[in-house]
Write a protein that binds this ligand. Structure first.
Ligand code: ATP
Ligand code: MG
Length: 418
């Protein structure tokens, strides 16, 4: 990738009406642009990060044996009337009519659609368990969309659903998904914690949330000595008090602010009973299917990662989700052919090593280029100017670090392979 042909969309001026750092940096670094309230376009840099996160999630879902599908985002009201949520879900459900006056909603979550899908195809208990997931846009008409893509109206969610003959099987798979979630957040290189949570309007009685720890988080997490946490919403009932400070003091808990990035639920038979999803077991006894559902806020993770990883110059990406691993900044290559040729050689050598690298060959000052890449947050910056091309070396700067090192070509190759 050459920066001269790559639309960067970085901007110097401070965006107005932004309340949190991640929102500001996502606009300034050119990751997103607002379309309308709570709806955002993903620009090339932002979309690269989104894809990296999706791929980590995809790999971990595939690894446990959950299979990817895709369901339509416009859902018929009949299914929601069967589950009872057409009335109970409230104004977050965006409802619409087609030309025949039939009612639909834009999918905020997919329990109804997937329960219907499975009930039409399930004809033997031997097909169970069934594990399916999708990565797609969800629409929730949030009362107050805010913090950019953190609380959007249209956002990307990974939602998985599992179907079981009995609760033992559900319990087993719930733990398998929990472990997969831990693997995902480890691989994303984010500081996170899992807590007991409230099931909200998805339903069921057991649920756990995954939170990225950040001061700007909207959730209060109370964590005990063993690292076991509860969301304050649950703690109120558990400790029979609404006074967070009192609960913390009396129970010797640690208080952290979190951004909810994942939520898994044991749904039990809530949807299978309401929608008639059942099957005869090996004793010919008819059982309602036990279900679980497992969500991750894919686009919210980008904002959460930035809340946790930034400095005064911009974003500092974890290696796992950085839009590019390396940037190669050329000083005045358009004026000096030796610089251009040497930089181009290094760029091609690194491409051959499968390094994700962008070559900044733009006709602009070094200072402007460095400002852009620090704002965008590329972890490794290489600089090649006149002296480097004469010495056949590169200047290396780690994003967020103070030092610059001069590296020979072999030292550079060792660095990129480490
Ligand atoms: P919240 O409490 O933040 O409103 P929720 O509990 O309603 O979220 P879930 O139904 O658990 O959300 O959805 C699964 C995941 O989708 C959440 O853990 C979160 O990461 C993400 N998510 C939910 N609502 C939004 C939104 N408005 N914008 C971006 N991501 C969202
Ligand atoms: Mg939730």
């Amino acid at each position: 990738m050459k920066a001269s042909k790559y639309p960067l969309f970085t901007q110097k001026n401070e965006p107005s009406n932004v309340e949190v750092t991640s929102h500001k940096l996502m606009i300034k670094a050119g990751l997103i642009r607002q379309q309308s309230s709570g709806q955002y376009n993903f620009l090339p840099i932002g979309y690269r990060v989104l894809n990296k996160i999706e791929n980590i999630i995809r790999e971990e879902m595939n690894k446990i044996g959950s299979s990817e599908i895709l369901m339509p985002s416009v859902q018929p009201s009949e299914l929601w009337k069967e589950s009872g949520r057409w009335d109970s879900y409230g104004s977050e459900l965006l409802r619409l009519k087609d030309r025949h006056e039939r009612e639909y909603c834009l999918g905020p979550t997919f329990e109804e659609v997937i329960t219907d899908l499975v009930r039409k195809d399930l004809n033997s208990y031997k097909q169970l368990p069934i594990n399916l997931y999708q990565i797609s846009s969800k629409f929730r008409d949030e009362i107050r969309p805010r913090f950019g893509i953190m609380r959007a109206r249209e956002f990307i969610m990974k939602d998985a659903y599992s179907f079981h003959l009995d609760t033992e099987c559900l319990d087993k798979w719930y733990e398998i998904y929990k472990k997969a979630y831990e693997n995902i957040f480890e691989r994303l290189q984010l500081e996170y914690t899992m807590v007991d949570a409230d099931s909200g309007n998805i339903g069921g009685n057991i649920s756990n949330e995954f939170h990225v720890i950040a001061d700007t988080g909207e959730d209060d997490l109370l964590i005990d000595d063993n690292g076991i946490g509860v969301n304050f919403e649950i703690a109120k009932t558990k400790y029979k008090s609404n006074d967070i400070n009192k609960i913390i003091k009396e129970n010797k808990l640690t208080h952290k602010k979190g951004i909810e990035v994942g939520h898994i639920f044991k749904l039990g038979d809530k949807y299978s009973k309401a929608m008639g999803l059942c099957i005869a077991n090996s004793d010919s006894k008819t059982c309602h299917i036990e279900m679980g559902c497992y969500g991750i806020g894919v686009s919210r993770i980008i904002a959460a990662a930035i809340e946790q990883n930034h400095d005064e110059n911009g974003i500092v990406w974890p290696m796992s989700i950085t839009p590019f691993e390396f940037v190669l900044v050329e000083i005045d290559g358009h004026k000096n052919n030796n610089v251009r040729q040497f930089a181009d050689k290094i760029y091609k050598d690194l491409l051959k090593k499968n390094i994700e690298i962008i070559f900044d060959d733009r006709e602009t000052k070094l200072g402007n280029k460095l400002n852009d890449w620090e704002l965008i947050g590329i972890p490794n910056i290489l600089i090649i100017g006149k002296s480097e091309s004469e010495n056949q070396s590169v200047t290396y700067k780690k994003r967020g670090g103070k030092n610059k090192n001069n590296l020979s070509i072999s030292e550079l190759m060792n660095l990129v392979q480490s």
